[in-house]
Design a protein. Structure first.
Ligand code: HEM
Length: 485
């Protein structure tokens, strides 16, 4: 018999945890059985809304260590010194499926990183892909609806997936990436992470730079073929979770090397690609990778719900020296995440241990709300300015200001000289070996051939043709062969 006493939520000892209290032997249950009522009621409330995207995920703690001097480009304190270490929490995820899906599916992977810096938490909420399907946040809910379960059939539908893409030529680059060899990572450890968006760094002289983040896996890239993915998803739907958990438990700590591409702010206007277009990369020959540091994951969370399900990342959690670029997608995300957290976790989600600053202290005049645990009151005013030495603003902007001009209105993103929806998709295709091209074509045709409407298929084929004539021809032939079967 355990020496520890089982108690109710309010701490009273429980006499019997096997039999509920009844009116006599074999009689109905008594309303006064507080332990039973509390246990059943609490159980009913165990679930919170799952994330509307990226519902399935795995997380781990670790650290980021600076290996190279980047102080010429940013005055961010956590990057200020070679050897400096900052604690991090990283949540990996799949995107489209619900919480009950499988890990080994063809889908981008989330790579959401929280740096617990001495100047507050910095969240870099990226993916394992350097680009994305769309370039305006106004399309995001439609895009996600088309990829998630259909409201009538209750499952993902090729008709919806490809109909959205038929109307989104800018997705051709990301589709080429996703349907290619890296589309099903073997595990979370064997894939890269990217900030994907362009961000802004500011140095101590106030000079601005535009930056893209690349976390290169030190485990090597490993992916699954379509067949291996289907088999793995069937055998162990939690294959990525199993792999990450077990690796860290065994002390095989996964790591990534962070590199950045850095563009002086003055280059942005004349660069051949719009540097704020999330459907484009910056070729490395234009802006080479520069090493910054090492990310290591070395500790599993003790409780998946408390630390992974309740983890809240927001692309607008910046620290001094780092800020947003005018990328419209990023701008939309600056709103969407904290709003999602207020809905899913509540206004006080920042007080949960995984989300609260660790190396800094939150000190402000936000008060109360559902589940508030900060009990400031005595000697702490709840308004600002005040005459009582309360926390006050610094007057120092986190990042350099951006110049803007023109008229308000709904505008398409400005096109630079080399900008179209297809050039970079074609470049990616042409980089592939013939075997890779064959697998890419087979993966695309496998999905596209299931579409019921010819006009939707034709529109998609036109995108692959526009990217590269050979690409278009091969997809067209493969789709035709599958539809004739
Ligand atoms: C305008 C476009 C986008 C919108 C409106 C959007 C919105 C959202 C929302 C509402 C969530 C759920 C947040 C939560 O409940 O915790 C989410 C999760 C996530 N999104 Fe996005 N998203 C967008 C684009 C992107 C892009 C481009 C990336 C990557 C570059 C990305 C990466 C992620 C990741 C990694 C998560 C999971 C974070 C976690 O692990 O908790 N999203 N997104």
């Amino acid at each position: 018999m355990s020496k520890r006493v089982l108690t109710t939520e309010s701490g009273a000892p429980v006499a019997d945890n096997q039999n509920s209290a009844t009116a006599g032997v074999g009689g109905p249950i008594l309303l006064q059985d507080q332990h039973l009522l509390e246990k059943l009621a609490r159980f009913n409330r165990e679930r919170i809304p799952e994330r509307v995207v990226h519902a399935r995920g795995s997380g781990a703690y670790g650290y980021f260590e600076v290996t190279d001097d980047v102080t010429g480009f940013t005055h961010a304190d956590f990057l200020a010194e070679i050897g400096k270490r900052t604690e991090v929490f990283l949540r990996f995820s799949t995107v489209a499926d619900n919480l009950g899906g499988a890990d080994a599916v063809r889908d981008p992977r989330g790579f959401a990183l929280k740096f617990y810096t001495e100047e507050g938490n910095y969240d870099l909420v990226g993916n394992n892909t350097p680009v994305f399907f769309i370039k305006d946040p106004i399309k995001f809910p439609d895009f996600i609806h088309s990829q998630k379960r259909d409201p009538f059939t209750g499952k993902q539908e090729a008709d919806n997936v490809w109909d959205f893409w038929a109307h989104a030529p800018e997705a051709t680059h990301q589709i080429t990436w996703l349907m290619g060899d890296r589309g099903i990572p073997a595990s979370y450890r064997h894939m890269n992470g990217y900030g994907s968006h362009t961000y802004q760094w500011t140095n101590s002289q106030g000079e601005a730079f535009f930056v893209k983040y690349h976390f290169k896996t030190n485990q090597g890239i490993r992916s699954l073929s379509a067949e291996q993915g289907a088999e793995t998803a069937g055998k162990d739907p939690n294959s990525h979770q199993t792999d990450l958990l077990q690796a860290i438990e065994r002390g095989v700590n996964p790591s990534w090397t962070l590199h950045v591409q850095i563009m002086p702010a003055a280059d942005a206007a004349e660069y051949r690609f719009n540097p704020f277009d999330l459907t484009k990369v910056w070729p490395h020959k234009d802006y080479p990778l520069q090493r910054v540091g090492r990310l290591v994951l070395d500790r599993n969370p003790d409780n998946v719900f408390a630390e992974v399900e309740q983890a809240a990342f927001s692309p607008n959690n910046f620290v001094p020296g780092i800020g947003p670029s005018p990328d419209k997608m990023l701008q939309g995300r600056l709103f969407a995440y904290a709003d999602a957290h207020r809905y899913r976790l509540g206004v006080n989600h920042t007080q949960l241990a995984v989300n609260a600053p660790k190396a800094a202290k939150a000190d402000n005049y936000g008060r109360d709300g559902l589940m508030a645990s900060n009990a400031y009151g005595r000697d702490r005013k709840n308004y600002e300015p005040n005459s009582y030495d309360g926390p006050a603003e610094t007057g120092r902007a986190l990042s350099a200001p951006l110049a803007v001009n023109g008229h308000t209105g709904t505008h398409e993103a400005p096109a630079h000289t080399k900008d179209d929806d297809f050039f970079q998709a074609g470049e990616l295709y042409r980089l592939m070996s013939d075997d890779e091209k064959s697998r890419l074509v087979a993966n695309i045709a496998g999905g596209l051939s299931q579409v019921s409407r010819d006009d939707v298929i034709e529109k998609n084929l036109a995108h692959f043709h526009a990217a590269d004539a050979d690409y278009g021809k091969r997809v067209q032939e493969a789709v035709r062969a599958l539809r004739e079967d």
